[in-house]
Write a new protein. Structure first.
Length: 448
């Protein structure tokens, strides 16, 4: 296995750097195509979330692979490689598997145990499949990561330890009060209609928000989200993005999560909304307007932090908060699951390398049986069909019994560390043609 991951996350880089490296969806496909077009890379997938970007690849050279993937991340993000390098981490082979499985379980999330990462891993695999850059290794890896993540959430109490970024952000804004109590009666403005915005809107509706207004660049998507909330009995309506300034003064809470590359709300926008809000109602003693920015790069100007009458919680402030305090026993249990699954995945991948050789060996044995039976036909032409069938079956049984124990054992040995050498030994012992082995393995990869 020659799996390599190069990336950066909230654990290795400040939010200001993550913000600049963030890749819009339309850029990820080009990144993947450039990755598989590079000499050391056979497969590639990119995991891009609000607090991480990681490039996974099957490479034939470690150092060349690290250099190539690092350069691609720099080139496509527009951040100079020299500036980016101090924040990059590299994982290889089993350590790369361990990293992705830990990510899938929520152990590496800003909010430990959050489950939204599973959907993001699923999306990353779907993009790689659509771009035809995921082969057998990355398909197996990402699908197994999803299974490991689901296992961790079903077999442990990690869900009790973590929440989504939405819930954690609301907890920070609530300042110690129960979220449902704090949200109840508030008018909420949700900017964006993607998965995170939908999660936020649903969470706030269930918590008792008086009204939800959905603003999105594509009005139809906002209408679909509002209609879904309305069908569940919540007060929700959609408005076009041009109405954002008019709706802003009426909102007690604003949640923004868009894919915009620039600011959606500037400091001037917020200042104007506060002025309009003060003119339309008595502001004395009122709570600050709450803003929750879950976008990367940020939607709301960081200068809003310094304004009176408003409280902003964004990715940077969430990263600084104590989001990493789950129950130790649950985390230890999940780490045990990850360790077991990494060992099993590595063994399965190593064992899979022997399969084409074993198939080629059995194919060679079948050819030998067929050749010998053809020669027997020439020497004993008087054999009837029943006799010939019985002899053929007997010879095949002898060959199968001779090959059974060594082929089963070699598969077991191949699953151990360093087991790849058994495939080479088998090819040399039986003088198997490498092209024959390749002809067995390639169709299998095509089917996957």
């Amino acid at each position: 296995m020659s799996l390599l991951v190069v990336g950066l996350s909230h654990r290795s880089a400040p939010v200001s750097v993550l913000e600049r490296v963030s890749l819009p969806p339309e850029t990820r496909g080009k990144l993947l195509q450039d990755a598989v077009g590079a000499e050391p890379t056979a497969e590639a997938a990119v995991l891009s979330t609000c607090n991480r970007i990681e490039l996974y690849a099957d490479v034939d050279k470690f150092h060349a692979g690290v250099a190539e993937l690092s350069g691609l991340l720099a080139r496509h993000s527009g951040v100079d490689l020299e500036e980016l390098t101090p924040y990059l981490y590299v994982h290889y082979e089993d350590r790369a598997v361990h990293h992705l499985f830990s990510v899938a379980c929520g152990l590496d999330s800003m909010v430990v145990g959050e489950g939204q990462i599973l959907g993001q891993i699923k999306d990353a695999l779907a993009v790689a499949q659509d771009q035809h850059t995921a082969g057998r290794l990355l398909n197996d890896l990402f699908q197994q990561a999803l299974r490991v993540g689901k296992r961790a959430h079903s077999e442990t109490g990690i869900d009790r330890a973590g929440q989504s970024l939405v819930t954690f952000g609301l907890q920070q804004l609530a300042g110690g009060r129960p979220v449902a109590e704090w949200v109840s009666g508030r008018r909420v403005l949700v900017i964006g209609a993607g998965s995170m915005s939908s999660l936020a809107a649903t969470t706030l509706a269930r918590a008792g928000a008086t009204e939800l207004v959905i603003v999105n660049r594509t009005l139809e998507r906002a209408r679909r989200l509002a209609a879904g909330l309305a069908e569940s009995g919540f007060a929700a309506r959609a408005v076009p993005s041009g109405d954002l300034a008019a709706e802003l003064p009426h909102a007690d809470l604003v949640v923004s999560c868009t894919g915009a590359t620039g600011l959606v709300l500037t400091a001037d926008d917020v200042r104007a909304a506060l002025t309009a809000r003060a003119a339309s109602r008595t502001a004395s003693g009122a709570e600050p307007v709450a803003l929750l920015d879950l976008a990367m790069p940020r939607d709301i100007d960081a200068a809003v932090h310094r304004m009176e009458g408003v409280r902003l919680v964004d990715i940077e402030s969430l990263a600084e908060a104590d989001a990493d305090a789950p129950m130790a026993a649950d985390v230890d249990q999940v780490r045990g699951i990850v360790a077991d699954e990494v060992a099993a995945f590595g063994a399965a991948q190593r064992a899979a390398t022997i399969t084409p050789t074993v198939v080629a060996l059995r194919a060679m044995a079948a050819d030998v049986v067929a050749a010998e039976m053809a020669r027997l036909d020439g020497r004993l032409p008087g054999l009837d069909d029943k006799q010939r069938a019985e002899i053929t079956q007997t010879v095949r049984r002898v060959v199968d019994k001779l090959l059974h124990a060594p082929t089963v054992r070699v598969k077991q040995l191949a699953g151990e560390p360093g087991g790849a050498g058994y495939a080479d030994a088998l090819r040399k012992l039986f003088d198997l043609d490498p092209q024959t082995v390749a002809a067995v393995s390639n169709p299998e990869q095509e089917r996957q």
